[in-house]
Design a protein around this ligand. Structure first.
Ligand code: CP
Length: 334
């Protein structure tokens, strides 16, 4: 028997394929109940803390709204207004917060620190610790992506070609959490995963080795290429992003708090933009996915992200259904 109650949710690799299947089944069930207005009081009187070191739209609100819909309460914590900003340790923070509530969730993407911080919290917390994105993993995003693929393409994703067309280089000290979580998870569903990026933007070797091991075990495949056309050609799903270090607002200015720097190495990748012409190389029923936020100026043409192949809003919506499933399983019954 699988026990979810009380476990941490830091990396989907910590859960078996059957356990991920259960998370998806619960996500679909909760989505249906939400559509029907059926109450889902699985976490009444349960509280959790959402601790953010960085900004968020989807992650924060899917957790806050999701827990409210389950009958519980989520408290938002901006790390800059906590004693962690004065150097309070992860250990002390985790022990105290876990005595106050039933779970702690945290986003900390700082390269070389985020995942270590979450694991340190998990070591000391007496309640589940959930990863809202760190430097290495974004498990809630990958789970929502998988749910959306099953919804659009079917539960059986074997031999489906999914192309992840971006990666941040470890050397650039940017979070690699989204492509890492995706390239590790999708081969576990028998998919043919293509990771395409320009030379010099390689994910760490251990990521590719683990993804290949997952593919060997579950019948998928992993191909790494610097040929963008190869990634688009015949793809059933494309997940193209770019190498910008920040998302511009409508005026092209960097949003408040963002690092308003695109260095020459990043600028050199501007050609890796998702266009209608590239999408035409893919399967006629290809779907375009993006974790969002999207940099419409630099990484994708409006006609693609707003076009008939785009499923980005359904993908974003599924963040709340998968978040509710994970919270229900980890904070709820046994
Ligand atoms: N995709 C995602 O994690 O979005 P936010 O940064 O808005 O949470």
């Amino acid at each position: 028997q699988t026990i979810f109650h009380g476990r941490h949710f830091i990396n989907l690799e910590d859960f078996s394929k059957e356990e991920v299947d259960t998370m998806l089944e619960v996500s679909f069930d909760l989505k249906k109940k939400f559509a029907m207005g059926e109450p889902t009081p699985y976490l009444v009187n349960k509280t959790m803390f959402l601790m953010f070191f960085e900004q968020s739209t989807r992650t924060r609100n899917s957790m806050e709204a999701g827990l409210a819909q389950l009958g519980g309460h989520a408290g938002f914590l901006d790390s800059s207004s906590m004693q962690v900003s004065h150097g309070e340790s992860a250990k002390d923070t985790a022990i105290i917060l876990s005595r106050f509530g039933h779970a702690i969730a945290c986003r900390y993407c700082n390269w070389g620190y985020g995942n270590k911080y979450l694991n340190e919290m998990a070591k000391w917390s007496t309640a589940p610790v959930m990863n809202l994105q760190c430097d290495l993993y974004h498990p809630f995003q990958a789970l929502a992506d998988l749910m959306t693929m099953q919804e659009k393409i079917g539960k059986d994703l074997k031999r489906v070609k999914v192309s992840i067309i971006w990666a941040y280089a470890e050397s650039h000290k940017k979070p690699i959490s989204v492509p890492v979580s995706q390239i590790l998870l999708f081969p576990r569903y028998g998919m043919d995963v293509v990771l395409a990026h320009p030379k010099g933007w390689e994910l760490p070797d251990w990521v590719i080795e683990q993804a290949e091991a997952n593919a060997a075990k579950f019948g998928g495949s992993v191909t790494v290429t610097d040929n963008e056309e190869e990634a688009y050609r015949g793809a059933n799903i494309v997940i193209p992003k770019n190498w910008g270090s920040w998302v511009t607002d409508q005026t092209g200015a960097a949003p408040v708090g963002a690092t308003a720097v695109i260095d020459d190495k990043l600028k050199a990748q501007k050609g890796w933009k998702c266009t209608e012409a590239k999408m035409a190389l893919a399967d006629k029923d290809v779907v375009y996915m993006h974790a969002l936020p999207a940099d419409r100026n630099n990484e994708v043409e409006d006609s693609v992200i707003d076009g008939p192949h785009s499923i980005v809003y359904d993908e974003a919506e599924n963040r709340i259904h998968t978040a509710k499933a994970v919270m229900t399983l980890l904070m709820g019954g046994r």
